[in-house]
Design a protein around this ligand. Sequence first.
Ligand SMILES: [Zn+2]
Ligand SMILES: [Zn+2]
Length: 258
Amino acid sequence: MIGKKLVLGIAFFSLFIISSCKNDDGPADPEIDRTANLLATGDSANDLLSDTTYNSLVLEIVSVRGFELRSSSVQNLTNFLNERINKPGGIRVIQRSIDAPQNEDYSLQQIANIERDQRQNYNSEDEIAVYLFNANRKSEEDTDPDSFTLGAAYRNTSFVLFGSVIQDLGTRNNGVSTEQIESATLQHEFAHLLGLVDLGTPMQTDHLDEENGQHCNVANCLMNFQITFSSGNMNMMGSSDPELDPLCIADLQANGGR
Ligand SMILES: [Zn+2]
Ligand SMILES: [Zn+2]
């Protein structure tokens, strides 16, 4: 039994050093300038939050066939972003499905290689691009039977969801649906790209959970390292899905968000 608590993935920031993997980028199209999208998690927080440099945002979602996101989860994410970021030109979502690139658990290097092969959208003059891969297998680092890595933000504009893990948890009848887990994971990982917590967006007050990486020490916050859903009868007490607490929101507002 996993109860009501699900542990979300820790941001795997700074694992990719640009200089060391640049030569391995293989047959990449030399006409595409990828450099602005190969930085560390949180490095583009202000560019994502404010309209100073980029007027709009494009989110490219590449899912393994059979693991496509629920449309309601995508809508929840765009609602969340519209509340928190300043993009007067709007948010575009592009989705497509691909055959499974592999049938074994994923290393972060493999996830990065898939991005290199599949990603089609990079920053342009007015528009910042974010890429999401929705995977058919779990992370190979997910070895603790009591916690589950649901996603990871691994570069400044790149994140991954482990869709097979999310579907698996959603069908266990814990009172939490696949859509709820999917929505919370999408928002949690995207909020790492927005620089939470203390990951490119400076804290206005100290709420860093030092023991658990770049997470929030406020219980029930979306950016707590373990995400809590109220379920069953507790639904009657109010919102059942995790949301950002006021401290996380204040950080975003101070870095160009709202
Ligand atoms: Zn996290
Ligand atoms: Zn928080």
